[in-house]
Every structure is written in C-alpha cells, then in structure tokens.
Design a protein around this ligand. Structure first.
Ligand code: IPD
Ligand code: CA
Ligand code: CA
Length: 278
C-alpha cells in the first residue's frame, strides 16, 4: 500500500529540485506544429526529463505521461501525469506566473497533486482524503455566491476554432458574476480557486496534465470539478474526469455554483461536433 503522506513530501522535494531548470535566462524556444502560439522551451523539456527520471525511481514500475513527448502510460496502475511548465508563454516572456504540475493516478483515481510556482516559491499540494495545503497552511475554497464570484477562463489556446463558444460562455457568465481573470496558467488558476482567491473556472479543452494535480487540490479544498460529455445536440456535466484525451473542465467553490456555470456551458457546447473539438 502506498503511503500518500510520505510520498507527497518526497514529490514536493523533487518538484522544488526540478525548478532549477527554470531559473535561467538562456533557453531556446521552438514552435510546435508550426503554430506561433504553441511553443515549447528547452526548460520545459529539461524539467520533464528530470521529473520522469526521479518520479519513476521513486515509485518503481509507475507509468509517466507528460506534455512534452506525449508519453501515455494509461494501462499502468500508478501513473504520474505531469506538465513540466504550465504557462509556457508566461515563462518565455518572464511573467513569473508558471507552474510545475505533478499529479498521480492510482487505478482510476487522482490521489496526489503538487503544483509549484518557482518564481514566487509558492507550493500547493494535496493527497486524497488528507486536505489541501498552500505553503504548509490548510486551505479551503471561498464561500462566495455566484454574483460575487470571479471566474478564471481562457479562449481555447490550442484550438482557436472553439474561441467563439468560450467567449459566449464568458460573456454570459460575466453578466451574472463579479469579474474574470486570465492568468495564462491553468494549474495555478485552479490552485487560486482552492485557496479562495477566485471562485469559478472554465476551460473548454484541457489535457490531463493541465488539471490532474490541481483536481486533487481542488477536491481536498472542498471545491467541485466536472467535465462535460456531449453528443446528439445534448451536453451534460459529469464528475468522471477524462484522463486520456483533452476535455472540458469546470470548477466551482460549491455544487450550486458549479451547476449554474454548468448550465451556461452545456447550453453553448450542445451543438459542438466531435470533428470541431478534435
Ligand atoms: C496552457 C496554459 C493556459 C491554458 C491552456 C494550457 P501550457 O498550458 O495553462 O493557461 O489556457 O489551455 O494549455 O501549454 O502553457 O502548458
Ligand atoms: Ca499546460
Ligand atoms: Ca506545458
């Protein structure tokens, strides 16, 4: 049996150590798939290589999925799900808002999450059943009602054909809540929700490495996280997060707020085809 409390301490140390690869001004930038908005730096690759080696050493036989090089070990009982640098554009532009995100799946469950912002020495973590923490302090989501809520969202960075749905969702939500933010780093935005700085979150198309770690942190902080399943002109919320392909992610500080955000999102997503989403 895995001792999650012991393991998370070891993962925190490894993540902090991995951040040494981000403390440099000399990194190269490459465009992925010829898209000017889709970049990877040499630091992303160095962090991922380091994490893969250390994490698989830590739990022998474990699988590893990371954004860079797209390894997918979905058949392993224990699997690390890693975004070496979440918010690569922020990192490359010196904005000091990026996260190293390490989640762990055991069977079908996400059970451990660590997210670290090296520029602020800001560390968030949780293990299933043991609460969520920020720099050593137990954290909880806010109690904000929908009208006073701040939402974090984005316009589908890597599938710009979905931006119109996202802006329609944002516009409708914005009319009913207090304000919105776009920090450019999904994993940290979710952690900000876990500590009560923001209250709602929506992205239409995230990869498992964008949310695996933060999902554990959100749930342990008392928040609700769902995806959307859709087809045949219908769309509905589901708490079964999808861990093998990109999927929509909605988060809120309460079930009532999640459902209210969900009713806006599902209305705008109902007509979406699989071909448009791919
Ligand atoms: C992206 C960032 C961004 C979010 C995108 C993600 P990356 O991750 O988290 O905030 O809007 O959906 O893909 O590519 O910088 O690791
Ligand atoms: Ca990411
Ligand atoms: Ca990344």
């Amino acid at each position: 049996m895995i001792d999650l409390l012991k393991l998370v301490e070891q993962v925190k140390d490894i993540v902090r150590e991995a951040s040494k690869f981000t403390r440099t001004d000399s990194f190269s930038i490459t465009e992925k798939e010829g898209e000017s908005w889709n970049i990877v730096t040499s630091a992303d690759v160095a962090v991922q290589d380091f994490l893969q080696q250390k994490l698989q050493e830590l739990v022998p036989g474990s699988g590893f999925e990371g954004e860079e090089k797209h390894m997918m070990d979905i058949d392993k009982e224990i699997c690390w799900i890693v975004d070496p640098i979440d918010g690569t554009t922020n990192f490359a532009r010196g904005m000091q808002q990026s996260g190293i995100s390490v989640g762990m799946r055991q069977g079908k469950d996400l059970v451990l999450g660590v997210v670290y912002n090296p520029d602020h020495d800001d560390l968030f973590w949780a293990t299933k059943g043991n609460g969520a923490f920020h720099n050593g302090k137990r954290v909880h989501v806010s109690k904000m009602d929908f009208e006073h809520s701040v939402i974090c969202t984005a316009l589908s960075l890597y599938r710009k054909n979905l931006a119109e749905i996202c802006s329609n969702v944002l516009n409708e939500t914005y009319q009913q809540c207090a304000d919105f933010r776009r920090f450019g780093v999904a994993s940290l935005e979710m952690c900000y929700l876990a500590v009560g700085r923001v209250d709602l979150y929506f992205e239409i198309r995230l990869y498992p490495w964008d949310f695996a770690a933060s999902a554990v942190i959100i749930r342990e902080a008392g928040g609700c996280i769902s995806t959307v399943k859709w087809g045949n002109g219908k769309a509905e919320l589901s708490d079964d997060l999808i861990l093998d392909v990109p999927s929509p992610i909605l988060i809120a500080n309460s079930r009532a707020n999640l459902e209210r955000l969900g009713s806006i999102v599902t209305k705008h997503m109902a007509g979406l085809t699989e071909a448009d989403y791919k």
